[in-house]
Design a protein around this ligand. Structure first.
Ligand SMILES: [Zn+2]
Length: 118
């Protein structure tokens, strides 16, 4: 695949779907996607890096088994519908699809983090 093809694919998948407006970030997501599709969260664009740092301290728990949930990017449900993010419980196979982008989750978690500091 040429670089132009990759940029094209990244744009199709992450910019046109509203996940990000930033082509650098879209490329990061795309590279991660073709590299390790099942890795829950390891991409290191600045925003996602920040999100990852927050998740270390404040990771949502599964409602059923209380184990830690992982954030999956560009998750597809069984009907093939794509969501910007999904929370996955590896223990009981629970997947909670979300229309929130990684950036929106970052804001949500940052707010909760602030609350728990008080
Ligand atoms: Zn669970």
């Amino acid at each position: 695949m040429t670089r132009n093809e990759m940029i094209y694919n990244a744009r199709e998948k992450y910019i046109k779907t509203g996940i990000t407006n930033d082509i650098t970030e879209a490329m990061g997501l795309y590279m991660a996607d073709i590299g390790e599709r099942d890795e829950p969260l390891f991409i290191t664009t600045p925003e996602i890096h920040k999100l990852k740092e927050i998740l270390k301290k404040l990771r949502p728990l599964c409602e059923d088994c209380e184990s830690e949930l992982f954030l999956k990017l560009a998750a597809k449900d069984i009907n093939g519908k794509e969501y910007p993010t999904a929370w996955v419980c590896s223990k009981c196979d629970l997947v909670e699809y979300s229309d929130k982008t990684p950036g929106e989750w970052l804001m949500v978690l940052q707010n909760e983090n602030r609350k728990s500091d008080i």
